[in-house]
Ligand binder design. Structure first.
Ligand code: SAM
Length: 248
């Protein structure tokens, strides 16, 4: 099985380091479920160490980045999970549904294999699109085509009875996913940080470099700080990250 993440995933594990505050929100919602399947598990972020975990991941590159000590991953896709009905008490999926070729099928599979609850971390696009990153310097992000079902509101509508809660993203977030850079414009100059990100790779080289050059100039001449410097004073921000929860 090959995957887009076989190409862009190298270095991913170093950038996507679990943030303890986000981990707490996710783990609190896993609640008392004793077995968990983590779908689109990547390098294993946010898997609870104190439960029986099974990881599912289609990309061999991502599987190879799972730290020793984590449960080995089953190489499979969300749309066809190789498990019996009700095999796990909980099913989780973190920042992955926007990659699935068929979100409806993947969500149905989560419902089939989980007996008690489903947890999905996804983005509601509007706060993200209004943020300076996409609104000002990298407008190409607004055009990026994720798979249908990527928007957390669509996921809620596909899972009747589910609800979404805001996961605020701390400014000193250790998990450097794209939107987590909201208070650190300098990090956009670092290929080691932005390079492994899907959003970065999906933009054209021209769009990336044009945005970077303007951002570098505005950081140098103080324009970024005049316009957005107040963000440096905030501890956390709603950048659109949502936890969608469904009790079965
Ligand atoms: C942004 S990464 C997130 C990884 C991990 N959940 C995390 O938060 O660090 C998205 C992951 O979804 C995986 N993925 C892509 N298509 C998938 C599919 N159809 N089913 C399951 N996972 C998929 C990718 O290979 C990648 O590892």
């Amino acid at each position: 099985m090959s995957s887009q993440y076989d190409e862009i995933g190298s270095g991913y594990g170093q950038v996507r380091r679990e943030d303890p505050r986000i981990r707490e929100v996710i783990h609190a919602s896993i609640g008392d479920a004793s077995s968990v399947v983590n779908i689109g598990a990547g390098a294993g972020s946010y898997e609870p160490a104190d439960r029986e975990v099974t990881a599912v991941e289609p990309s061999a590159e991502m599987i190879s980045q799972r730290p020793p000590g984590l449960a080995p991953a089953v190489q499979a896709a969300a749309e066809a999970l190789p498990f019996e009905d009700d095999s796990f008490e909980a099913a989780m999926a973190v920042l992955t549904v926007h990659h699935w070729s068929d979100a409806r099928k993947g969500l149905d599979e989560m419902i089939r294999v989980a007996s008690r609850r489903i947890l999905i971390v996804a983005f509601e696009p509007d706060p993200l699109i209004e943020l300076w990153i996409a609104a000002d310097y990298f407008p190409a992000i607004q055009e990026l085509k994720s798979e249908p079902g990527a928007d957390s509101r669509e996921i809620v509508s596909m899972l009747p009875g589910s609800e979404a809660e805001v996961i605020p993203v701390p400014r000193d977030c250790s998990d450097l996913f794209f939107a987590a850079l909201w208070g650190h414009p300098e990090m956009f100059m670092d290929d080691g940080i932005v390079g492994p990100m899907w959003v970065w790779q999906e933009m054209s080289e021209i769009a990336r470099e044009a945005g970077r050059q303007r951002l570098a100039a505005d950081l140098e001449n103080g324009e970024w700080d005049r316009k957005y410097g107040q963000l440096r004073q905030l501890d956390e921000l709603d950048v659109g990250l949502r936890l969608v929860k469904l009790e079965l």
